[in-house]
Design a protein around this ligand. Structure first.
Ligand SMILES: Cc1ncc(COP(=O)(O)O)c(C=O)c1O
Length: 461
């Protein structure tokens, strides 16, 4: 049937959504009672829903993505111009924006050399896993194929990336998983696994070495870590951790794969999170902030050394990286990414991120002084978290229901969208998450903090 649709009547959109869209991470039974939210428009840090209500987005599109904010016409124009000229060709060929963005990106990543394009963070991480496996086959008789991942880290939604996932609730009911992935302990000092230790960072890194020795270093190809753990609780690494991790990887000839899907492109105040800690990775993956969600793009970036390991003689038909991602050949991604990077530079957004990040943490500490519910405040740049506890002495975590009640209150009472760890770790989905666009101001932060203050007061009353 050919339906007449009134473009000004959004109620049809809501009906169509309700009837046919399967939303991400959503139990649809709730839509028996309420309508889904449709986000219709965005500008800066503000978004508007179907009812015309304005919201302050403190989570950059929900999942740390829209780093330069909404409504950037210059990115839309760059993408449009590129699409009418040349939208797509398979990535076995080159493209103008693909080459130029790779060059600009590598300028920001001393020590790195090659960029492999695909579409999502999960996919970028899987490319690394495949590289590690192929290197194991080509150089180590297939033996050095295991990949270490860390408890509480997340690397994606596909079965292989879930196999490398340290968040049990994300994995529950989706097994069996891909073999060859081995977990190492998390590094959240607030939840120390070893009681009170003097050098927690060294202790947590040494725990990785213990796993390596247990499994046999000759079987381990790579260690995959987030620089600052995101959905697992906004975990900033403890002092000394990364130096020791790097030392351990070098000692056992293990490739270091840093997942920058969240931290990449300025979120923590440096281009990449690892750059705070003097790390020299072998592989770096990125996605969300690369084009701030204006186009789908992810990158797997490697050193020349890793690249060379998969560059055999011309006559070798099997030893090179035999991988393709159809939409890795889309030019919209790198065209948007080039303009996104230009904006970050021209508007000095890394500096703003450092300054506003400090202000945000200071304000969260202030809230902690006022509300016993906040047990710990953590963060780097505009990537902050507040872990909620019902008892500061025992550190008993607040329930997921209570944590979500605070998120819901901010939304309902003040139209402020904040986030919280959810369905990640049994009993520990208790960290409020804040990651506004890197353009945010003190007054935006004051508005967010005031909403959280009010929400905690009401929910704990
Ligand atoms: C650290 C990290 N890595 C990878 C991913 C997966 O990215 P995508 O959802 O684009 O596949 C995410 C997504 O949230 C993430 O937080």
């Amino acid at each position: 049937m050919n339906k007449q649709i009134n473009p000004n009547d959004i109620s049809h959109v809501v009906e169509a959504d309700k009837a046919h869209v399967w939303h991400h991470l959503t139990n649809h039974s709730k839509f028996d009672a309420v309508d889904p939210l449709i986000i219709v428009e965005g500008k800066g840090l503000r978004v508007w829903n179907q009812a015309g209500r304005e919201h302050l987005d403190a989570v950059s599109g929900g999942v740390w993505t829209v780093n330069v904010g909404y409504g950037r016409e210059s990115i839309a124009n760059a993408v449009r111009d590129q699409l009418v000229k040349m939208n797509y060709f398979a990535g076995a060929m080159g493209s103008v924006p693909g080459a130029l963005f790779a060059e600009r990106l590598i300028e920001k990543m001393p020590g790195m050399s090659r960029v492999y394009y695909s579409n999502s963070g999960s996919e970028a991480n899987e490319k690394c896993f495949k590289m590690v496996r192929q290197i194991a086959h080509n150089r180590y008789g297939g033996k050095k194929n295991k990949i270490l991942y860390r408890q509480r880290d997340y690397h994606g939604t596909t079965i292989a990336t879930l196999s490398a996932g340290g968040q049990d609730e994300r994995k529950d009911e989706y097994g069996p998983f891909t073999p060859g992935f081995v977990e190492v302990p998390h590094c959240l000092e607030y939840r120390s696994q070893w009681g009170e230790v003097d050098d927690y960072g060294i202790r947590a890194a040494n725990a990785i070495e213990e796993v390596i020795l247990r499994e046999g270093p000759e079987t381990i190809g790579a260690l995959c870590l987030e620089p600052v753990t995101a959905g697992g609780g906004v975990i900033t690494p403890p002092e000394g951790y990364w130096e020791r991790v790097q030392e351990i990887c070098r000692k056992y000839d293990i490739l270091l794969h840093i997942d920058e899907v969240v931290c990449g492109m300025g979120r923590t105040g440096t281009w990449f999170g690892y750059q705070h800690y003097g790390i020299e990775p072998d592989m770096v993956t990125m996605a969300k902030g690369v084009a701030s969600g204006y186009a789908a793009i992810s990158c797997t970036v490697t050193t020349e050394k890793v690249f060379e390991m998969l560059k055999p003689e011309v006559s070798d038909t099997m030893g090179y990286f035999r991988d393709i991602s159809t939409f890795g050949g889309c030019t919209a991604g790198p065209a948007a990414a080039l303009e996104n990077m230009r904006i970050l530079e021209e508007e000095d957004l890394l500096e703003n991120t450092i300054q506003m990040g400090e202000y945000f943490l200071e304000k969260l500490e202030g809230l902690k002084g006022k509300h016993k519910l906040i047990g710990d405040v953590r963060g780097k740049g505009l990537f902050c978290g507040a872990e909620l506890v019902v008892d500061r002495d025992t550190k008993e975590p607040a329930s997921e229901a209570m944590t979500q009640a605070i998120v819901a209150d901010c939304f309902r009472e003040n139209a402020v969208v904040i986030g919280a760890t959810n369905r990640s770790l049994k009993g520990f989905n208790n960290t409020l998450c804040f990651s506004p666009a890197l353009i945010c101001t003190k007054s935006d932060i004051d508005e967010i903090i005031s909403a959280v203050d009010g929400a905690i007061t009401r929910v704990t009353a």
